[in-house]
Design a protein around this ligand. Structure first.
Ligand code: ATP
Ligand code: MG
Ligand code: MG
Length: 569
């Protein structure tokens, strides 16, 4: 869609191609493998992978694994799976840890150039010396160490001679800078923690800004797209890229070539865009992890979670998510998007792609009295009302069917268009039935409706077009397959669970009714579904066969979304 999307990022890219600054576009998506991806990440994925695809370039998936201890190979696998599920494939899979040797050599070069020093200040002291937005910082007493001393100390940091937190390597930039990120930011810290990719090889780890800028440069990324909170980091990003200058120092990245990885260092440009924030959602990995760890949900893929795994299990479609991101576009404007917009995009996709089936969730028995007791036939139904390519299916029909209890009212409210005592309604695909008798138990509860079928009203018969007020769905009682049906709703009952200005923690806004498990009765063609197959259950909503628990002989369906926006505030 390069031709239709005219946002400022694509505009910059077009200009860079037109001017000859770049001949190919290279992007990357750089998640930290410390959790599963969430709906916010879908925006960064669609942008980075989408733009690369549109302009005939490529996008790397880079795992930003510079925080050992919090990261886990399970999350790496989950991230790969989620990116593919959204419909994208990476050019290369990289890890920031693939470049640990490059970062180390780059740090040595900065020290040799007098641009970095080893500092002995504690974390608290560093904070104290840093100053504030209105007060300049002060130089560390260790700032003027000689190049030789810095080289010696940094090599010994790398050799593991010093305790965690006792020293850092800092860039020597400007303690009086108006941008706090430039007040001698840390480049390396000591952390004797095993790393998910490099094990115990390194007792020191690079800081995010340093590692991120150099990783982009290493891979020849042309446009490094990130969220707005990194805007103030851009001068530091550029400082790292320019002062290390990988393009001029091939020896620095020999280890990457030796490891068989493609290396093509370049000078990337960072461009910031606004985050995706959705109402009724939490988009912080830390909080999502808390929901999982405290057992408030049934895991990262709980259909109530706005992780990509959760949305997937809920039945949301990759195309629906991509549609949302495309509609929202890219800008530098921060805003909160209404959750209903996401649901509408998913509905729009499902309306076009989900075959129709019939299911009854709250059954009431309806017996047709003027058919023989053993009557049985097979009706042919279109799978999609607007698209013949979906074909047809056979739906078994017998004289006793389940209808939805709420499709009958003994005392109808005003405007009720369904079945009432003595009234008529069309049974979808069968014909018009008239309610002759309401059978109740001793307590007065309705047990059964006894109805007559107008046999002239069946399709193909002369009375087929006779008008009645409503059409209802049904399932043949003899053929129905019982299913577990999980009804999901929004996980939070306020639009901004993160807003704690009311003195309540976000945890207190969890919607206790977000999951209700019930039973339903399905026509056989619905029960006989593959896990993850999606349907519209007529008049009820969109449902998906649960990708973990569903089996054709023990069906489990999740409600993805209702047919219309029915969410009352
Ligand atoms: P969290 O704060 O939940 O840990 P994060 O931003 O630290 O999220 P990363 O794994 O670092 O998570 O994110 C990978 C990429 O996804 C980054 O480039 C980040 O800017 C982008 N991203 C994360 N959240 C959003 C969001 N809500 N909207 C758009 N992009 C996002
Ligand atoms: Mg993070
Ligand atoms: Mg991050």
């Amino acid at each position: 869609r390069a031709d239709v999307q005219r946002d400022f990022v694509r505009q910059i890219i077009r200009e860079d191609l037109a001017s000859g600054k770049h001949h190919a576009i290279r992007t990357r998506f750089p998640p930290e493998p410390n959790g599963y991806l969430h709906i916010g990440h879908a925006k960064a994925i669609c942008l980075n992978f989408g733009i690369a695809r549109e302009f005939g370039g490529w996008c790397n998936l880079r795992l930003d694994d510079t925080n050992p201890g919090k990261e886990d190979p399970e999350f790496v696998e989950g991230i790969k799976d989620d990116v593919r599920w959204l419909g994208y494939e990476w050019h290369d899979l990289r890890h920031a840890s693939d470049y640990f040797d490059v970062f180390y050599r780059a740090a040595l070069k900065l020290i040799e150039d007098g641009k970095a020093y080893v500092d002995d200040l504690s974390a608290d002291e560093v904070r104290e010396y840093r100053g504030t937005l209105t007060e300049p910082g002060r130089n560390s007493p260790y700032r003027d160490r000689s190049i030789e001393e810095n080289l010696d100390l940094f090599r010994r940091m790398r050799a593991g001679e010093f305790a965690d937190g006792s020293k850092t390597l800092r860039a020597k930039i400007d303690m009086a800078s108006g941008n706090i990120n430039l007040r001698d930011p840390a480049l390396y810290r000591i952390r004797k923690v095993a790393h998910q990719n490099t094990g115990d090889a390194w007792p020191i780890y690079p800081m995010y800004d340093f590692a991120h800028a150099l990783s982009d440069a290493m891979e020849g990324i042309t446009h490094s797209l990130c969220t707005l909170e990194f805007e103030d980091h851009r001068p530091l990003y550029d400082w790292c890229v320019d002062n290390v200058d990988l393009t001029a120092h091939p020896a620095m990245w020999q280890s990457v070539v030796d490891a068989g990885l493609e290396a093509r260092p370049a000078k990337p440009r960072q461009i910031e865009f606004s985050r995706l924030n959705l109402s009724y959602c939490i988009t912080s990995k830390r909080k999502l992890a808390q929901l999982v760890n405290e057992g408030l949900v049934d895991g990262w893929d709980d259909p109530r979670m706005n992780t990509l795994r959760g949305l997937r299990r809920r039945g949301f479609t990759p195309a629906g998510l991509r549609l949302l991101i495309e509609r929202l576009g890219i800008s530098k404007q921060n805003s909160v998007i209404d959750y209903a917009l996401l649901e509408n995009c998913v509905r729009e996709d499902l309306d076009a792609t989900a075959p129709r089936r019939m299911a009854v969730l709250d059954p009431l028995k309806l017996t047709i009295t003027n058919l023989p007791g053993n009557h049985e036939e097979t009706l042919t139904f279109a799978n999609h009302p607007k698209d013949e390519s979906f074909g047809t299916r056979e739906v078994p029909f017998a004289g006793t069917v389940w209808i939805e209890r709420e499709d009958f009212a003994e005392v109808p409210p005003k405007g009720f268009k369904r079945l009432v005592p003595g009234g008529e309604v069309r049974l979808r695909g069968v014909g018009i039935v008239k309610c002759e008798e309401v059978v109740k138990d001793a307590a007065g509860d309705v047990l059964e409706l006894r109805c007559s079928l107008d046999t002239e009203s069946r399709s193909g018969m002369p009375g087929a077009d006779r008008k009645v007020k409503g059409t209802i769905h049904w399932v043949s009682a003899r053929h129905a397959v019982a299913a577990e049906v999980r009804m999901y709703d929004r996980l939070f009952n306020v639009p901004a669970p993160d807003d704690e200005s009311d003195g309540k923690s976000w945890i207190e806004h969890i919607n206790p009714d977000a999951k209700r498990v019930g039973r339903g009765w399905l026509e056989p063609a619905a029960a006989n579904a593959e896990p993850e197959q999606r349907f519209q259950f007529e008049r009820l909503g969109y449902f998906v066969a649960d990708r973990v628990d569903h089996r054709p002989d023990a069906p489990v369906f999740n409600r993805t979304v209702t047919l219309r926006d029915t969410w009352a505030k």
